[in-house]
Design a protein around this ligand. Structure first.
Ligand SMILES: NC(=O)c1ccc[n+]([C@@H]2O[C@H](COP(=O)([O-])OP(=O)(O)OC[C@H]3O[C@@H](n4cnc5c(N)ncnc54)[C@H](O)[C@@H]3O)[C@@H](O)[C@H]2O)c1
Length: 365
């Protein structure tokens, strides 16, 4: 009998550039890192209409062939069918293992494009160019890629790290307010679990119309840095990466019960964070929602009416893919910047947390 131990540890270092006008940086970086003639640019249809010229300037100097593969906007593109269409196109055009794939768009394009990159020829070099606030501060960092299955969201996918992330806030000039507000929820999450100064840093930015100025650059860079720090410590989500789910177990349930697409992921996470703060306070922790107060009107203004059947919401939480051994695990706060994982057994407290959060939006509750 022989006993062989295989020890493969792969760590990857990559740059995350956040700035305004990154064209020269990106072009130079592409030139230094790739020697292929071609690049595949998997791009969201809206971004393709609004920003194609920018992408051409970034890519044309470095590559003889730039193949743009446009995908329909929205969550429906995170499907097996869309994965197949993009993979078919790349393979029919012809691709080598060293041909890079650039995913340009929001979280949908990043997740789909990243999953295509991870699977075609068992892995193509991947560059993320996030174009929504949410993608800049969250989904482009950390290597989670994937698509949805008809039994649930993000159920097919891979951890696959990019070679680089380039977040140019110029893209945000064309972003709808609704998408800004969606992204803000993830920034508030970083404030809650790591750095409550963030609340103050951008409180003033949300009272005006959204403009991607230098202050936003620093808020995005700070947020992206927090995500990078956490992911760096726990790339495969076996420990502290779970803290990034603050508000999310509630949020996912809300998205599911409301019907996907009725409210955005960020809106649902915001409501979920209010519930998680309330639950923490019920357990005696010193957490109240005061820092969230100035952001509440943004969400109250734009959200569709929320479901109010708390039993249904709790059932939906129990079916979350992160539930282990039937135990509902929630990320709560000991205090601001001090998250922990709580095994929930007290369903009356959970119910009260939901009622509190929903009552901020549905006045009848
Ligand atoms: N991989 C991860 O770690 C991770 C983390 C969080 C969320 N996600 C995923 O991210 C997705 C949500 O991402 P999202 O909120 O960016 O949604 P999205 O990609 O659907 O983009 C939202 C909308 O903004 C448009 N858009 C994108 N950039 C634009 C721009 N610069 N100007 C104008 N319009 C623009 C898109 O066409 C779309 O209509 C979900 O599928 C979620 O599961 C992934």
């Amino acid at each position: 009998m022989s006993n062989i131990n295989l020890d493969i540890t792969t760590r990857k270092e990559y740059p995350i550039e956040v700035g305004k006008g990154l064209g020269n940086t990106v072009s130079a970086w592409l030139g230094e890192h790739y020697s292929t003639d071609s690049v595949f640019v998997v791009i969201d249809e809206n971004v393709n209409n609004l920003h194609r010229e920018r992408l051409e300037k970034w890519c044309q100097p470095q590559f003889k062939h730039v193949y743009y593969i446009e995908i329909p906007e929205g969550e429906r593109s995170k499907s097996i069918q869309q994965w197949k269409e993009v993979a078919d196109e790349i393979l029919s055009i012809g691709v080598e293992r060293s041909t890079p794939l650039m995913a340009v768009g929001g979280g949908v394009t990043g997740d789909l494009g990243g999953f295509v990159a991870s699977t075609v020829l068992r892995g193509l070099p991947l560059i993320h160019v996030p174009t929504t606030l949410l993608a800049m501060v969250d989904s482009s960092i950390g290597g989670k890629t994937g698509i949805n299955h008809n039994t649930g969201k993000n159920l097919i996918g891979a951890f696959y790290q990019p070679d680089a992330v380039f977040a140019d806030v110029h893209f945000l000039d064309t972003l709808d307010d609704k998408e800004w507000v969606t992204g803000i929820a993830e920034i508030l999450k970083y404030g809650a679990i790591r750095n409550p100064d963030l609340f103050k840093d951008f409180e003033s930015l949300v009272n005006k119309s959204f403009t991607a100025n230098e202050q936003w650059v620093s808020v995005i860079a700070e947020s992206a840095g927090i995500k990078a720090d956490i992911v760096q410590e726990d790339a495969l989500e076996s420990g502290i990466r779970a803290y990034l789910n603050f508000g999310h177990t509630f949020g996912h349930a809300l998205e599911k019960v409301a019907g996907y697409g009725t409210i955005t992921h960020g809106e649902a996470v915001f409501v979920g964070m209010l519930a998680a703060c309330n639950f923490s306070a019920q357990l005696g922790h010193s957490v109240d929602i005061t820092p969230f107060k100035s952001f509440l009107p943004l969400y109250q203004r734009q959200m569709s009416p929320l479901p109010d059947d708390v039993d249904e919401l709790i059932e939906a939480m129990k079916s979350d893919k992160k539930v282990k051994n039937n135990m509902l695990r929630l990320v709560l706060l000991n205090s601001w910047a001090s998250p922990y994982v709580h095994d929930c057994t007290d369903y009356s407290a959970l119910r009260e947390a939901w009622e509190f959060a929903l009552s901020q939006f549905n006045k009848s509750i």
